[in-house]
Structures are given as structure tokens and as C-alpha cells.
Ligand binder design. Structure first.
Ligand SMILES: *Cc1c(COP(=O)(O)O)cnc(C)c1O
Length: 387
């Protein structure tokens, strides 16, 4: 029996740099939000060239606070793609507003401006474009539409660090941009997130809301420059980052450009190898933007195969290659069906691509040999099930 090297779907890239920075925090005696969190916010903001960066406990928390800062309230509608993680839509329901799903483009799997336009009603207040797999959405079209219809643009950039669109970094374009530092994301703090915004008042509101609704420098009340006195301005949340997380973030940010270069190299190796396979379509890449390459999603040409997507993935797993699917369209989940009566109706593209997509392993710690293993397994399975 042949044995195969196991290639996990993801491995965070953690080295002695991260370990040293975390140890430094532990030894400093300051564990939760404090000087390192503030430093990480500043370094992240400067890396992107953003006006404000507000750290939070997750991208989900960031999306929630951005919606609040945008003034979303009960009865409002927020347009977002059908193909995304539940967090993008779930936060809208926190405010008793309605997540309105739009179909995605069949090549980039992003939500386009025309799909958004078709869903606008007089109750629409915001749009949440998701930069799928790290490739930016058509931000010029989306922002122009949003401006003309008075909608706030809140980008779900959970996949998009670092990514750029027409020479501008993601994080400097929409009204609010929410990043994720979850364990599987391109820059990780274990759990964590950041919201960038050019709106100073919105940033201040989020700073207040993330820590119980108390005045924005509340964390300072335990420092020598702080004071015991504080006021609760509104009912807030416990959404702050900790210095232990920020320590990881500071170390990760230093190697972000290198980690991105490596992701790009892996994507290029995959794409060059898959060009010769009839049954496998590599991701569509737009020339005027740079993907973060958080995910590498292939599309199967089912006409050329006798196996379906699930069978294809099982075969890969049998060869030690752990793949995944991003995402099960939201209208397929019991909650969204029940709460908003969603069905596959009106989501022809999302429904079609859902049967075709497979996310392959892509992370900076992969060796060229690992990449070759994946390529060979994909080629082997496509050959085995050639129609
Ligand atoms: C991971 C992810 C999120 C949520 O990020 P957390 O930091 O885990 O809250 C939101 N949207 C998308 C598209 C994601 O992939």
C-alpha cells in the first residue's frame, strides 16, 4: 500500500518571534488590552495607510460594531452575498435588521454592484461586500452605487489581509473594513479582529462600544496615567482585544509581506499545474487587483467528470489531502430558511458553483514538495474520474 504525506488544510505560521513577543507580554504583567494592543492598532493602521484602526475580539464583533456605528437599526436591510460565512449575516440579525442576500459572480464568487442594485429597497441602509478568498470586490462600482443610494459600505475583509484594489490597500476604501485574525486566517492572533475606518466619530463610537460603553480610554484606568473615575455612556459589549493577542499580531504583521509572497508563489504553482487539467478550473484572477490568497478555490468541470464534488474530496482525503468548501450558501442553512424564508430561488450562480468548489490547502508553511503532493493528488483524481 502506498503511503501519503498528510497535508492539513491549514497550519498557522508561528515561529520563535511570536513566542518571544507573547512571553514578553506575560512577563510584563499586562495581559489584557493595554500598551501592546494600542501599539498593534497603530502598526496595523500604518501598514495599511488607514485613518483609524480599532482592535476587537473577532471580525464578527467588528462587523457588529461597524453596523452600530453606521446607525443600522431594527427594520433596516443590509445587502450581502449568499456565499459567505454566517458571521457576515448573523451580525445584521443582532440589530433586528434583515440580511438581504445577493447572488455572486460565477468567476470571482464576489458580489457585484448590479447584484446589489437589484436588491436595494427603501429600507436598505448598508452593503457588506465580502472579498472572497482574498480577491477584492469591484470596489469602485460598489462605492459609486452606495454613494448614489446613500448606503454605508462595510467590507468583510476576513480573507483580505493584505489585498489591494487599483493600487489602494483593502482597509482604506469603504466606510468600514473588518479584518479577522482567527486561527485559520492569513494573519492570526488566535482570535481577534480589527476595524479600519476614515470616520473618526465612528472609530470613537466603536472604541466605546467594545469596552462596556465606557469612555474610550477605559483600559487606562489601571495605569498610572488613568483614574478610577469613568462613565458608562451606553450599553456596550466585551469585545476588546488582549495584549497577549496583540503580541501575536505585532509579530505576525512583521512577516505579513513575506507570508503573502509565499501564498502567491503557491497559488502560481497550483495555477500553472492545473492549466493542463480539463476538469479543474483554477481561480479567476482580475488584473487590476491583488488577492491576499487566503483561499485557493478550484472549480470542477462536472461535465468532464464521473464523480461529484464530494466524491472528489473524499478521494483527496484518501490521499492525505485535507480540502474544504467555502462556503455552504447561507440560504441552505436551516436558520436563514426559517427566519427569512430563503431558498435556492434567485441564487442560480451560488447554487451552481456550490456543487463545483473545493478549497485546497494554501499557507506559508507549505513546502514546494507539499504543493507537488496536492497537485499530483488532484491530477490523479481528475484522471481516475475522467468522463
Ligand atoms: C472568518 C470569517 C469571519 C469571522 O471572523 P471571526 O474573526 O472568526 O469572527 C467573517 N467573515 C468571513 C468571510 C470569514 O471567513
Amino acid at each position: 500500500m502506498r503511503t501519503f504525506t498528510e497535508i492539513p488544510f491549514h497550519k498557522p505560521y508561528i515561529t520563535e518571534d511570536e513566542i518571544a513577543e507573547v512571553l514578553d507580554s506575560l512577563r510584563s504583567g499586562w495581559l489584557t488590552m493595554g500598551p501592546k494592543t494600542v501599539r498593534f492598532e497603530g502598526e496595523f493602521r500604518d501598514y495599511l495607510g488607514a485613518r483609524n484602526a480599532v482592535s476587537v475580539s473577532s471580525c464578527t464583533a467588528g462587523l457588529h460594531l461597524a453596523l452600530m456605528a453606521a446607525g443600522i437599526k431594527e427594520g433596516d436591510e443590509v445587502i450581502l452575498p449568499a456565499v459567505t460565512f454566517t458571521a457576515t449575516a448573523e451580525v445584521v440579525t443582532y440589530l433586528r435588521a434583515k440580511p438581504v442576500l445577493a447572488d455572486v459572480d460565477g468567476e470571482t464568487f464576489n458580489m457585484g454592484a448590479s447584484a446589489i442594485e437589484g436588491k436595494i429597497t427603501k429600507r436598505t441602509k448598508a452593503v457588506i461586500p465580502v472579498h472572497f478568498a482574498g480577491q477584492p470586490c469591484d470596489m469602485d462600482d460598489i462605492c459609486a452605487l452606495a454613494r448614489s443610494r446613500n448606503l454605508t459600505v462595510i467590507e468583510d475583509a476576513a480573507h483580505a489581509i493584505p489585498a489591494s484594489y487599483r493600487g489602494r490597500k483593502i482597509g482604506t476604501i469603504g466606510d468600514f473594513t473588518c479584518f479577522s485574525f482567527y486561527a485559520t486566517k492569513s494573519l492570526t492572533t488566535g482570535e481577534g479582529g480589527m476595524v479600519t475606518t476614515s470616520r473618526h466619530a465612528g472609530a470613537d463610537r466603536m472604541r466605546t462600544l467594545r469596552l462596556h460603553g465606557i469612555s474610550k480610554d477605559a483600559w487606562k484606568r489601571y495605569t498610572s496615567e488613568g483614574s478610577w473615575y469613568y462613565e458608562v455612556l451606553e450599553a456596550g459589549y466585551k469585545y476588546n482585544m488582549t495584549d497577549i493577542q496583540a503580541a501575536l499580531g505585532i509579530a505576525q504583521l512583521k512577516k505579513l509581506d513575506w507570508m503573502w509572497e509565499r501564498r502567491k508563489q503557491i497559488a502560481d504553482l497550483y495555477t500553472a499545474s492545473f492549466r493542463s487539467l480539463d476538469a479543474v478550473q483554477p481561480p479567476a484572477v482580475k488584473a487590476d487587483r491583488e488577492s491576499a490568497w487566503h483561499l485557493y478555490v478550484i472549480k470542477l468541470s462536472l461535465d468532464a467528470l464521473t464523480a461529484d464534488r464530494n466524491r472528489f474530496m473524499e478521494e483527496l482525503r484518501g490521499m492525505g489531502i485535507m480540502a474544504s468548501v467555502h462556503f455552504i450558501p447561507l440560504y441552505r442553512h436551516p436558520f436563514y430558511r426559517r427566519a427569512f424564508q430563503y431558498s435556492a430561488l434567485g441564487f442560480e450562480v451560488s447554487e451552481r458553483i456550490y456543487d463545483q468548489i473545493i478549497s485546497l490547502p494554501i499557507y506559508p508553511g507549505m513546502t514546494d514538495e507539499d504543493v507537488t503532493h496536492v497537485v499530483e493528488a488532484v491530477a490523479h483524481v481528475s484522471q481516475k474520474f475522467k468522463r
